[in-house]
Ligand binder design. Structure first.
Ligand SMILES: Nc1ncnc2c1ncn2[C@@H]1O[C@H](COP(=O)(O)OP(=O)(O)O)[C@@H](O)[C@H]1O
Ligand SMILES: [Mg+2]
Length: 303
């Protein structure tokens, strides 16, 4: 897991960030940035660079290699700090709180501005990145596995989709994005997977969810990772989150993804509430109704 570095932000000085951002810039060209290029990328003197490198190495924000040449690369911790600092400078966030969730490919924390928000670090490429670092020949720069690029693209994509969906679809309100980080409204409630709905809630909640999926389709997207883990439920209703992998409805596999989303969510309700959810819901017709913007009530699809 990537260490939570938010608490270290106040101890860091501008020059530490010049160093980190210089390494980041150098990484556009190669995974390991040569020491001798750092004056150009950081704008710092040789002496200052040595001092800042030592501080950042000690704190695990960067890593060093000395095979062939002396080079440096950012760690996720260093990249996190660059994003946090940018978000603090533009006053999107002012305080850091505790973890809200650790997903497959993210770390989510509570943060605050004038109200509680959620900050999601995208970690796509993380596992890959650690394994690659262990095994690979350090000189194979042309195989540059850019975890940084992968994670940033995922954040940009998720942010863009939230902006397209909010507020017509019940998703967390997008607030800001920088590098591999998105800031959004903090959702109330709990994951659907961790709730036990009462008898009279089951069908209503399922119908609300289908309605949101239909709304998302109308707005141009299929979620493509629908499950009981990507839904929050509260007194206000349902929220669907975790959108980076969503596909546009004109994507060649959009139909397939929509059917899989429906199968996943109907399957979950069937398994957990067998006595409330009919087992003869016509999935194909339901999918077609969503595609045709004509989904209304679930009962129309029960034979
Ligand atoms: N806006 C939010 N408000 C509150 N909790 C959140 C929010 N976004 C994510 N979480 C929590 O963090 C977890 C991981 O987030 P998610 O977007 O699903 O990422 P992953 O792709 O890693 O599954 C979620 O399961 C949820 O518990
Ligand atoms: Mg998730």
């Amino acid at each position: 897991m990537v260490r939570n570095v938010a608490g270290e932000l106040p101890e860091l000085e501008d020059e530490d960030f010049y160093l980190l951002s210089g390494v980041e810039q150098g990484m556009r060209f190669s995974e390991w940035v040569q020491r001798k290029r750092l004056p150009k990328f950081t704008g710092l003197t040789e002496e200052e660079i040595d001092y800042r490198i030592a501080r950042c190495l000690k704190r695990g924000f960067i890593e060093k290699k000395t095979i062939q040449y002396e080079g440096y690369t950012l760690q996720f911790e260093g990249y996190d700090l660059l994003a946090l600092r940018a978000l603090v400078e533009r006053e999107t966030i002012s305080e850091f709180g505790s973890p809200l969730g650790v997903g497959k490919e993210s770390d989510v924390y509570e943060v605050r501005s004038y109200k509680p928000l959620a900050l999601k670090y995208h970690r796509e490429g993380y596992t890959n990145f650690r394994e690659v670092h262990k095994e690979r020949d350090y000189t194979a720069d042309n195989e540059h596995v850019s975890w940084m690029y992968t994670a940033r693209k995922a954040a940009e994509r998720e942010y863009e989709i939230l902006e397209a969906l909010y507020p017509d679809v019940s998703v967390p309100r997008p607030i800001d994005q920088n590098r591999h980080v998105i800031v959004m409204e903090k959702m109330d409630g709990v994951e659907l997977s961790r709730t036990k709905l009462t008898d009279d809630q089951v069908l209503g909640v399922l119908e609300l969810l289908l309605d949101e999926l239909a709304g998302a389709y109308d707005a141009g997207y299929v979620h493509a990772d629908m499950s009981e883990y990507n839904v929050f439920i509260s007194e206000d209703g349902v929220r669907i989150f975790d959108w980076p992998q969503a596909v546009p409805t004109d994507h060649q596999n959009a139909r397939e993804f929509l059917r899989r989303d429906l199968r996943n969510i109907l399957g979950y309700f069937r398994r957990k509430y067998p006595q409330h959810v009919p087992d003869d819901i016509a999935l194909e017709e339901l999918a077609s109704a969503i595609e045709a913007s004509s989904f209304d009530r679930l009962e129309a699809f029960v034979s």
